[in-house]
Structures are given as C-alpha cells and as structure tokens.
Design a binder for this molecule. Sequence first.
Ligand code: SF4
Ligand code: SF4
Length: 278
Amino acid sequence: MKIAVASGKGGTGKTTVAVGLALSLREVQFVDADAEEPNCHLFLHPSIEQTIPVYMMLPEVDLSKCTFCGECAEFCQFNALAVVKQKVLVFPELCHGCTGCVYACPKDAIKPKQRQIGEVEVGTARGMRFIQGRLKPGEPSAVRIVSDEIAHINPGAAAIIDAAPGTACAVQDTIGNSDFCLLVTEPTPFGLHDLRMAMDLAKELDVPAGVVINRSGARDDLIEQECRRRNIPVLVRIPFDRRIAEAYSRGEPLVDAFPEWRERLQSVYVQIERRVKQ
Ligand code: SF4
Ligand code: SF4
C-alpha cells in the first residue's frame, strides 16, 4: 500500500505526520517526493547508498534541415519553442520533455538531447528503505523525478510518500500513484481554502482521502464541517502544542519526542488500511 501524505499548502505539518507515521510502522519504506525542497532527511538521517541521475529530453534543432515552417512552435502546448526569422529558439525552462515536437517536425530537423534535471537517492534510514529526489536549482518541474522515485519503491512493502506542498503536477503524480491520500491541514481559513483544492484533486484522481488536523484547537469546526460535507473522515487531531513545535525545530521526530504518538499513528494506519480494502 502506498500512502501519499499531502497538503494544499506548505507549513501544515505534513513532514511531521509522514515521518511520524513511517516510524510508527514496521516494514515500511519512506519516500520524500518534495524534490524541490527535500527535508525529511533532517529527521531520518539516512545513509545514501545509490545516487541515480534523472534526465529529461530537450529538443535540439538542426538548422541545416530546418525550413522555419513554424510547425514545431505551433505544436508545443508549453510555448517552449519560437520560430523567429532564421532561428528556432528553445526555452529549456518551459520545455516538459514530451518529445512531441520531434515527431511534429516534417523535415526531421529536431533530435532529442538529454539533460540532467536532478537525481534520485536511495538508501536506508532507521531500518527503512529511504528514497528521496532532488531537483536541480532553476529546473521548473519535478514530475520526472517523482516518477523515478515511485519506480524505486519496492512493491513488496508499504510506502509512506511525503508529497510536495500544493496541487501542482508533481503532487498530482504522487497522489495518482498512491492507494490513499492523507491530507494534513490546520484549522484556519487559509488551511481550509487549500485543503479544498487538495480534496478536489484526490477526488479527481479517484484516490480515497482522510484528514489530519494539525494544530488542532478551538477552530476545528472549520475543517470538520467541510469533511462532513464531503464524507471524508478526520483520522486524527494533533493539538496546538509548543512542545511539538520545539521538537520539530530540533529535528526530532514526533514519535521520538512523544512516544504516545506511535500508537495513535498506528491507529491511523489501521483506519487507512480498512478504507483501502473497502
Ligand atoms: S517544425 Fe522542423 S522544420 Fe519547421 S521550424 Fe520546426 S524545426 Fe524547423
Ligand atoms: S519536447 Fe514537448 S514541451 Fe519540449 S519543446 Fe518539444 S513539444 Fe514543447
């Protein structure tokens, strides 16, 4: 079973929940799929055994064959190509590496060139298989890296995947490849707004979801009403407690600082397992 731990926005406590959940279970793998800013290693201190480069295709135009017809630029949905006078401009930061322009060119003037956009690291952390992606600074999309991370998951064991914040393409890829989406939120108007987007995404991808209310307190009804309306369960509430924030700032996982949370997060896993099997 693959569980994506996601949130519509950053700073909700997603990493706290993902790391805590993984450390509460046996025979589990951990994937940090926030390739733009991987931070779970700060809590898990993995030993990396393998680093695999990740490449993406970039078009290379042979001007001796090109007739400057403009068909490639017209084809590209991402505006990554422009034909001006006797030049074909390629904008690497807009290119999604789909290879479509290679086939759209009637003169066979475009060849795929590979460029490295980041890497996937595989190792172990506290007895778990540990996988994390790293996108090179300046690269626009982590989708290819997340796909490669997911491909390195061992299908024989459960995996907890810490998704990137938000609802962009890399998050869609993470949730779409998971059996369950655990949405971490906070009871504030901003939290509710972004939770709704994440709930919509999980629904669109047809992945069952449950909610963790972090910094739970007097405003929980904001989130609970929305969950009732959508028939999405609140699986656990983590209280607004300064000591939890202090442990986080020391790089101490929740379940190490407060061992009672181990059992509570195991119960979240049992609830998820039941819902996935339904
Ligand atoms: S489609 Fe091919 S021939 Fe036409 S402008 Fe693009 S590269 Fe040149
Ligand atoms: S590979 Fe795809 S995204 Fe990149 S320039 Fe060609 S058509 Fe556009």
